[in-house]
Design a protein around this ligand. Structure first.
Ligand SMILES: CC(C)(COP(=O)(O)OP(=O)(O)OC[C@H]1O[C@@H](n2cnc3c(N)ncnc32)[C@H](O)[C@@H]1OP(=O)(O)O)[C@@H](O)C(=O)NCCC(=O)NCCS
Length: 186
């Protein structure tokens, strides 16, 4: 885990939220929150029929905590986990790609448009910059218009498209690879 320090931030409507590392003790809250998200959207690879378990979440957070190249941030609003953003190395320890991280973000729909996702991404970029990351990459389904608008606003560019990256309810869906670039620190 990076050394990201907990931050209190403010949503567009003036409500205070806290962004901090998730730890194994957050596993229960994470699973509950993630169940909300996966019922609201099919834009992640998680499915309501096969929910993440508390045990798996505990293991994942313990892994992130032990890895100085990863970070798993949660955004807490009124004490509830409302969103998360994480990054991790694509090839842990490989010297040729130590500048690169793979990321993901999800926010509960009650917080879409609130600024919560932008705060999470700003925190993710802060930590990336601190770690000397130069490239953050992710994947967005081509029909995720909201997600694409959001990431483009943050400076991500579409680099390419994987055709038929998923088939959901018999509909073939493409997926864009997106990337954003951070300046080298001097
Ligand atoms: C992707 C996600 C994190 C973005 O957070 P958010 O709070 O919804 O993002 P914002 O509201 O700040 O930005 C969304 C943008 O899409 C725009 N938008 C929404 N619907 C749109 C549409 N149908 N067509 C075009 N633009 C649209 C909004 O106007 C907004 O842009 P603006 O702020 O410049 O006006 C969030 O929607 C989410 O968690 N979605 C479900 C999971 C997901 O898709 N995760 C990403 C997988 S890669």
């Amino acid at each position: 885990m990076g050394t990201f320090e907990a931050k209190t931030q403010t949503l567009r409507d003036g409500r205070d939220v806290v962004i901090r590392h998730l730890t194994p003790t957050d596993a229960l809250a994470f699973v509950a929150s993630h169940q909300v998200v996966v019922r609201e959207t099919q834009f992640t690879m998680q499915r309501p029929e096969s929910p993440d378990t508390v045990e798996r979440a505990e293991k994942r957070f313990a892994h992130y905590a032990a890895d100085p190249q990863s970070v798993f941030l949660g955004l807490f609003a009124e004490g509830e986990l409302a969103g998360m953003a994480e990054f991790h190395p694509e090839w842990a320890g490989h010297p040729w790609v130590r500048h690169l991280r793979e990321f993901g973000t999800t926010v509960q729909s009650a917080y879409w448009g609130s600024g919560a996702a932008a705060l999470l991404m700003a925190a993710l970029f802060d930590e990336a910059s601190r770690q000397g990351v130069l490239r953050i990459q992710g994947h967005v389904r081509a029909n995720n218009v909201r997600g694409l608008a959001f990431y483009t606003r943050l400076g991500f560019v579409v680099e390419g498209t994987r055709r038929m990256a998923a088939i959901i309810d018999d509909v073939a869906l493409d997926e864009h690879t997106i990337a954003a670039f951070l300046p080298r620190s001097t």
